[in-house]
Design a binder for this molecule. Structure first.
Ligand code: ATP
Ligand code: MG
Ligand code: FE
Length: 340
Protein backbone atom coordinates (compact mmCIF):
# COMPACT_ATOMS: atom_id res chain seq x y z
CA UNK A 1 0.00 0.00 0.00
CA UNK A 2 1.39 3.40 -1.02
CA UNK A 3 0.54 6.42 1.14
CA UNK A 4 1.12 10.04 0.13
CA UNK A 5 2.14 12.08 3.20
CA UNK A 6 1.90 15.87 3.12
CA UNK A 7 3.52 18.15 5.72
CA UNK A 8 3.04 21.93 5.75
CA UNK A 9 2.77 22.72 9.47
CA UNK A 10 5.56 25.32 9.53
CA UNK A 11 8.15 26.34 6.96
CA UNK A 12 8.88 22.99 5.32
CA UNK A 13 6.71 22.08 2.34
CA UNK A 14 7.06 18.32 2.10
CA UNK A 15 5.48 15.39 0.28
CA UNK A 16 6.50 11.77 0.52
CA UNK A 17 5.43 8.40 -0.84
CA UNK A 18 5.90 5.53 1.57
CA UNK A 19 5.13 1.90 0.81
CA UNK A 20 3.72 -0.31 3.57
CA UNK A 21 4.80 2.14 6.25
CA UNK A 22 8.53 1.45 5.92
CA UNK A 23 9.85 1.85 2.39
CA UNK A 24 10.39 5.50 1.56
CA UNK A 25 9.95 5.80 -2.20
CA UNK A 26 10.44 9.57 -2.15
CA UNK A 27 10.60 12.32 0.47
CA UNK A 28 10.72 15.82 -1.02
CA UNK A 29 11.38 18.59 1.51
CA UNK A 30 11.24 22.11 0.10
CA UNK A 31 12.40 24.42 2.86
CA UNK A 32 11.47 28.07 3.03
CA UNK A 33 14.32 28.91 5.42
CA UNK A 34 16.14 31.26 3.04
CA UNK A 35 12.95 33.25 2.35
CA UNK A 36 12.27 33.81 6.05
CA UNK A 37 15.90 34.63 6.88
CA UNK A 38 15.61 38.42 6.52
CA UNK A 39 12.95 38.36 9.29
CA UNK A 40 14.99 36.14 11.70
CA UNK A 41 12.06 33.78 12.15
CA UNK A 42 9.12 32.27 10.30
CA UNK A 43 6.59 34.84 9.06
CA UNK A 44 3.24 32.98 9.16
CA UNK A 45 1.56 34.73 6.24
CA UNK A 46 4.64 34.37 4.04
CA UNK A 47 4.81 30.66 4.97
CA UNK A 48 1.23 29.94 3.90
CA UNK A 49 1.60 31.88 0.66
CA UNK A 50 4.75 29.92 -0.22
CA UNK A 51 3.03 26.60 0.62
CA UNK A 52 0.18 27.59 -1.71
CA UNK A 53 2.67 28.31 -4.49
CA UNK A 54 4.78 25.19 -3.94
CA UNK A 55 2.53 22.34 -2.78
CA UNK A 56 1.39 21.14 -6.17
CA UNK A 57 4.95 20.96 -7.53
CA UNK A 58 6.28 19.33 -4.37
CA UNK A 59 3.69 16.53 -4.65
CA UNK A 60 4.48 16.12 -8.36
CA UNK A 61 8.20 15.93 -7.54
CA UNK A 62 7.48 13.21 -4.97
CA UNK A 63 5.63 11.21 -7.65
CA UNK A 64 8.39 11.77 -10.22
CA UNK A 65 11.15 10.77 -7.81
CA UNK A 66 9.26 7.57 -6.94
CA UNK A 67 8.53 6.94 -10.62
CA UNK A 68 4.80 6.74 -9.89
CA UNK A 69 1.59 8.39 -11.07
CA UNK A 70 -1.39 9.54 -9.01
CA UNK A 71 -3.10 6.25 -9.84
CA UNK A 72 -0.50 4.36 -7.77
CA UNK A 73 -1.47 6.16 -4.57
CA UNK A 74 -3.68 4.21 -2.13
CA UNK A 75 -4.31 6.85 0.55
CA UNK A 76 -3.61 10.51 1.36
CA UNK A 77 -2.34 11.69 4.77
CA UNK A 78 -1.69 15.22 5.97
CA UNK A 79 -0.54 17.04 9.11
CA UNK A 80 -3.55 18.80 10.60
CA UNK A 81 -2.20 19.84 14.05
CA UNK A 82 -0.35 21.56 15.67
CA UNK A 83 1.38 24.30 13.68
CA UNK A 84 0.80 27.61 11.95
CA UNK A 85 -2.89 27.66 11.08
CA UNK A 86 -2.50 29.23 7.64
CA UNK A 87 0.24 26.75 6.70
CA UNK A 88 -1.79 23.79 7.96
CA UNK A 89 -4.82 24.99 5.99
CA UNK A 90 -2.88 24.83 2.74
CA UNK A 91 -1.78 21.22 3.26
CA UNK A 92 -5.13 20.03 4.62
CA UNK A 93 -7.14 21.68 1.84
CA UNK A 94 -4.80 20.35 -0.84
CA UNK A 95 -4.88 16.83 0.63
CA UNK A 96 -8.69 16.84 0.87
CA UNK A 97 -9.07 17.92 -2.76
CA UNK A 98 -6.49 15.35 -3.86
CA UNK A 99 -8.14 12.50 -1.92
CA UNK A 100 -11.67 13.51 -2.96
CA UNK A 101 -10.83 13.75 -6.64
CA UNK A 102 -9.23 10.28 -6.65
CA UNK A 103 -11.74 8.80 -4.19
CA UNK A 104 -8.94 7.80 -1.79
CA UNK A 105 -8.96 7.27 2.00
CA UNK A 106 -7.99 10.47 3.87
CA UNK A 107 -6.14 10.57 7.21
CA UNK A 108 -5.18 13.62 9.30
CA UNK A 109 -2.06 13.27 11.45
CA UNK A 110 -0.76 14.91 14.65
CA UNK A 111 2.67 16.36 13.76
CA UNK A 112 4.13 15.65 17.19
CA UNK A 113 3.02 12.03 17.21
CA UNK A 114 4.58 11.73 13.76
CA UNK A 115 7.93 13.10 15.01
CA UNK A 116 7.84 10.48 17.74
CA UNK A 117 6.94 7.76 15.22
CA UNK A 118 9.65 8.70 12.67
CA UNK A 119 12.30 6.42 14.23
CA UNK A 120 10.00 3.44 13.68
CA UNK A 121 10.18 3.74 9.89
CA UNK A 122 13.79 2.56 9.69
CA UNK A 123 14.53 1.15 13.12
CA UNK A 124 11.34 -0.33 14.60
CA UNK A 125 11.35 -1.06 18.31
CA UNK A 126 9.07 -3.40 20.14
CA UNK A 127 6.46 -1.64 22.30
CA UNK A 128 6.35 -0.40 25.01
CA UNK A 129 9.20 2.09 25.10
CA UNK A 130 10.14 5.48 26.50
CA UNK A 131 9.49 8.28 23.98
CA UNK A 132 11.70 11.37 23.94
CA UNK A 133 10.32 14.11 21.72
CA UNK A 134 12.67 17.04 21.27
CA UNK A 135 11.66 19.59 18.64
CA UNK A 136 11.44 23.29 17.93
CA UNK A 137 8.18 23.69 19.83
CA UNK A 138 7.98 20.67 22.13
CA UNK A 139 9.95 18.71 24.72
CA UNK A 140 8.17 15.61 26.00
CA UNK A 141 9.15 12.47 27.86
CA UNK A 142 6.44 9.83 27.51
CA UNK A 143 5.54 6.19 27.74
CA UNK A 144 4.61 4.78 24.32
CA UNK A 145 2.46 1.63 24.45
CA UNK A 146 1.68 1.62 20.75
CA UNK A 147 1.63 4.13 17.89
CA UNK A 148 -1.51 5.76 19.28
CA UNK A 149 -1.38 5.05 23.02
CA UNK A 150 0.99 7.53 24.61
CA UNK A 151 1.16 8.72 28.21
CA UNK A 152 2.93 12.01 28.86
CA UNK A 153 5.32 11.68 31.83
CA UNK A 154 6.88 15.15 31.65
CA UNK A 155 7.15 18.22 29.43
CA UNK A 156 8.96 21.52 29.40
CA UNK A 157 7.23 24.09 31.57
CA UNK A 158 8.47 26.96 29.39
CA UNK A 159 10.75 26.92 26.31
CA UNK A 160 11.21 23.83 24.15
CA UNK A 161 14.78 22.52 23.83
CA UNK A 162 14.90 23.46 20.12
CA UNK A 163 13.63 26.93 20.99
CA UNK A 164 16.53 27.34 23.45
CA UNK A 165 19.02 26.29 20.74
CA UNK A 166 17.39 28.70 18.28
CA UNK A 167 17.33 31.65 20.68
CA UNK A 168 20.96 31.16 21.72
CA UNK A 169 21.92 30.83 18.03
CA UNK A 170 20.02 34.00 17.19
CA UNK A 171 22.01 35.80 19.86
CA UNK A 172 25.19 34.60 18.17
CA UNK A 173 23.85 36.02 14.91
CA UNK A 174 23.63 32.56 13.31
CA UNK A 175 20.14 33.14 11.91
CA UNK A 176 17.10 30.88 12.26
CA UNK A 177 16.85 27.98 12.94
CA UNK A 178 20.27 27.77 14.57
CA UNK A 179 20.41 24.37 16.27
CA UNK A 180 22.72 22.89 13.64
CA UNK A 181 25.08 25.89 13.82
CA UNK A 182 25.41 25.49 17.61
CA UNK A 183 26.00 21.76 17.17
CA UNK A 184 28.81 22.51 14.68
CA UNK A 185 30.41 25.27 16.76
CA UNK A 186 30.26 23.14 19.91
CA UNK A 187 32.51 20.51 18.32
CA UNK A 188 35.56 22.74 18.72
CA UNK A 189 34.63 24.05 22.18
CA UNK A 190 35.29 22.89 25.72
CA UNK A 191 31.96 21.56 27.11
CA UNK A 192 33.01 22.07 30.73
CA UNK A 193 34.34 25.62 30.33
CA UNK A 194 31.07 26.87 31.83
CA UNK A 195 28.92 24.90 34.24
CA UNK A 196 25.42 26.24 33.66
CA UNK A 197 23.01 25.25 36.45
CA UNK A 198 19.98 23.06 35.83
CA UNK A 199 16.42 24.15 36.67
CA UNK A 200 14.99 23.86 40.18
CA UNK A 201 11.54 22.41 39.66
CA UNK A 202 8.91 20.81 41.85
CA UNK A 203 10.33 17.33 41.46
CA UNK A 204 7.85 15.83 43.91
CA UNK A 205 4.81 16.27 41.67
CA UNK A 206 6.30 16.12 38.19
CA UNK A 207 9.79 14.61 38.30
CA UNK A 208 10.14 14.46 34.53
CA UNK A 209 9.25 18.07 33.81
CA UNK A 210 12.01 20.26 32.44
CA UNK A 211 12.68 23.97 31.86
CA UNK A 212 14.92 25.66 29.30
CA UNK A 213 14.14 29.31 29.84
CA UNK A 214 16.67 29.80 32.69
CA UNK A 215 19.47 28.06 30.82
CA UNK A 216 18.78 30.11 27.70
CA UNK A 217 18.95 33.37 29.68
CA UNK A 218 22.12 32.31 31.52
CA UNK A 219 23.85 31.51 28.22
CA UNK A 220 22.73 34.75 26.59
CA UNK A 221 23.95 36.73 29.62
CA UNK A 222 27.30 34.94 29.38
CA UNK A 223 27.54 35.84 25.69
CA UNK A 224 26.76 39.46 26.49
CA UNK A 225 29.32 39.76 29.29
CA UNK A 226 32.83 41.11 28.80
CA UNK A 227 35.35 38.92 26.97
CA UNK A 228 39.05 39.83 27.00
CA UNK A 229 39.64 37.58 23.99
CA UNK A 230 41.86 35.18 25.93
CA UNK A 231 39.92 33.64 28.80
CA UNK A 232 37.79 30.48 28.62
CA UNK A 233 34.99 32.66 27.32
CA UNK A 234 34.95 31.96 23.60
CA UNK A 235 31.91 31.38 21.37
CA UNK A 236 32.95 27.73 20.91
CA UNK A 237 33.26 27.11 24.65
CA UNK A 238 29.91 28.74 25.40
CA UNK A 239 28.22 26.75 22.63
CA UNK A 240 29.73 23.47 23.84
CA UNK A 241 28.87 24.22 27.47
CA UNK A 242 25.30 25.21 26.58
CA UNK A 243 24.77 22.10 24.48
CA UNK A 244 26.16 19.88 27.22
CA UNK A 245 23.90 21.49 29.84
CA UNK A 246 20.78 21.32 27.62
CA UNK A 247 21.31 17.66 26.77
CA UNK A 248 22.44 16.57 30.23
CA UNK A 249 19.29 18.09 31.80
CA UNK A 250 17.22 15.98 29.46
CA UNK A 251 19.32 12.83 29.87
CA UNK A 252 19.06 13.04 33.65
CA UNK A 253 15.27 12.81 33.38
CA UNK A 254 15.45 10.16 30.67
CA UNK A 255 17.67 7.92 32.82
CA UNK A 256 15.42 8.42 35.81
CA UNK A 257 12.31 7.65 33.75
CA UNK A 258 13.89 4.46 32.36
CA UNK A 259 14.75 3.36 35.87
CA UNK A 260 11.39 4.18 37.42
CA UNK A 261 9.15 2.91 34.63
CA UNK A 262 11.23 -0.22 34.10
CA UNK A 263 11.07 0.33 30.32
CA UNK A 264 13.91 -1.36 28.47
CA UNK A 265 13.75 0.56 25.19
CA UNK A 266 13.82 4.20 24.17
CA UNK A 267 13.05 6.12 21.01
CA UNK A 268 13.76 9.79 20.29
CA UNK A 269 12.41 12.09 17.59
CA UNK A 270 12.09 15.73 16.51
CA UNK A 271 14.67 18.17 15.12
CA UNK A 272 16.92 18.18 18.19
CA UNK A 273 17.26 14.38 17.88
CA UNK A 274 19.66 15.34 15.06
CA UNK A 275 22.03 16.84 17.66
CA UNK A 276 25.33 14.96 17.69
CA UNK A 277 25.89 15.17 21.45
CA UNK A 278 22.33 14.05 22.24
CA UNK A 279 22.67 11.14 19.80
CA UNK A 280 25.92 9.98 21.42
CA UNK A 281 24.40 10.26 24.90
CA UNK A 282 21.34 8.27 23.83
CA UNK A 283 23.53 5.60 22.22
CA UNK A 284 25.54 5.28 25.42
CA UNK A 285 22.39 3.89 27.05
CA UNK A 286 22.94 0.75 24.99
CA UNK A 287 25.86 -0.06 27.31
CA UNK A 288 23.28 -0.43 30.07
CA UNK A 289 21.34 -2.93 27.94
CA UNK A 290 18.68 -0.52 26.68
CA UNK A 291 17.35 -0.65 23.13
CA UNK A 292 17.78 2.76 21.52
CA UNK A 293 16.27 4.08 18.28
CA UNK A 294 16.22 7.49 16.63
CA UNK A 295 15.51 8.65 13.08
CA UNK A 296 18.19 9.22 10.45
CA UNK A 297 19.07 12.93 10.21
CA UNK A 298 16.63 13.71 7.40
CA UNK A 299 13.71 12.22 9.33
CA UNK A 300 14.40 14.20 12.54
CA UNK A 301 13.17 17.56 11.22
CA UNK A 302 9.85 18.11 9.43
CA UNK A 303 9.13 15.70 6.59
CA UNK A 304 6.23 14.03 4.80
CA UNK A 305 7.57 10.48 5.25
CA UNK A 306 6.77 10.40 8.97
CA UNK A 307 3.21 11.54 8.14
CA UNK A 308 2.72 8.80 5.53
CA UNK A 309 4.29 6.12 7.75
CA UNK A 310 2.15 6.90 10.79
CA UNK A 311 -0.97 7.12 8.59
CA UNK A 312 -0.26 3.58 7.39
CA UNK A 313 -0.70 2.36 10.98
CA UNK A 314 -4.06 4.11 11.30
CA UNK A 315 -5.11 2.68 7.91
CA UNK A 316 -4.19 -0.82 9.04
CA UNK A 317 -6.53 -0.37 12.00
CA UNK A 318 -9.27 1.07 9.76
CA UNK A 319 -9.08 4.54 11.33
CA UNK A 320 -9.83 7.22 8.74
CA UNK A 321 -10.58 10.95 8.94
CA UNK A 322 -13.55 12.88 7.68
CA UNK A 323 -13.43 15.63 5.05
CA UNK A 324 -15.13 17.91 7.59
CA UNK A 325 -12.00 17.87 9.81
CA UNK A 326 -10.34 21.25 10.29
CA UNK A 327 -6.71 21.99 11.20
CA UNK A 328 -5.83 23.13 14.72
CA UNK A 329 -2.95 25.43 15.61
CA UNK A 330 -2.39 24.17 19.13
CA UNK A 331 -4.31 20.98 19.72
CA UNK A 332 -2.00 18.00 20.12
CA UNK A 333 -1.99 14.81 22.09
CA UNK A 334 1.15 16.18 23.70
CA UNK A 335 -0.32 19.14 25.46
CA UNK A 336 0.58 19.18 29.11
CA UNK A 337 -1.85 16.53 30.25
CA UNK A 338 -0.88 13.93 32.77
CA UNK A 339 -2.33 10.49 33.07
CA UNK A 340 -2.93 10.92 36.80
P1 ATP B 1 7.43 21.24 16.38
O1 ATP B 1 7.78 19.97 15.70
O2 ATP B 1 7.56 21.21 17.86
O3 ATP B 1 6.14 21.80 15.91
P2 ATP B 1 9.34 22.34 14.55
O4 ATP B 1 8.59 21.56 13.53
O5 ATP B 1 9.72 23.73 14.26
O6 ATP B 1 8.54 22.31 15.93
P3 ATP B 1 11.40 20.35 14.26
O7 ATP B 1 11.12 20.26 12.83
O8 ATP B 1 11.24 19.10 15.01
O9 ATP B 1 10.64 21.55 14.96
O10 ATP B 1 12.91 20.74 14.43
C1 ATP B 1 13.43 22.02 14.28
C2 ATP B 1 14.26 22.29 15.51
O11 ATP B 1 15.35 21.38 15.61
C3 ATP B 1 14.85 23.69 15.50
O12 ATP B 1 14.70 24.24 16.79
C4 ATP B 1 16.33 23.41 15.18
O13 ATP B 1 17.22 24.39 15.66
C5 ATP B 1 16.53 22.10 15.88
N1 ATP B 1 17.69 21.34 15.39
C6 ATP B 1 17.88 20.81 14.16
N2 ATP B 1 19.09 20.23 14.07
C7 ATP B 1 19.69 20.37 15.29
C8 ATP B 1 20.95 19.98 15.85
N3 ATP B 1 21.85 19.32 15.15
N4 ATP B 1 21.20 20.34 17.14
C9 ATP B 1 20.29 20.99 17.88
N5 ATP B 1 19.10 21.39 17.40
C10 ATP B 1 18.79 21.08 16.13
MG1 MG C 1 11.27 23.93 10.20
FE1 FE D 1 8.29 19.56 13.67
Amino acid sequence: MIVLGIETSCDECSASLVEDGHTILSNIIATQIELHKPYEGVVPELASRLHTEWISQVVQSALDKANLTVNDIDAVAVTSRPGLLGSLLVGVSFAKGFAASLNLPFITIDHIRAHLYASQIEHPLEYPYLGVLVSGGHTVICRVDDYDTIEVLGTTIDDAIGEAFDKVAKHYGFGYPGGVAIDRLARTGNPVAFLFPGPKLNVMDHPYDISYSGLKTAVINQLDSFWDGESEKSPENIAASFQRAAVNMLMKRVRQALKETGLKRLSAGGGVAANSYLRSELLSLQEGGYGVSFPSLKLCTDNGAMIAALAYRYLQDGILSDFSEAPHARVTAFKKQYAK
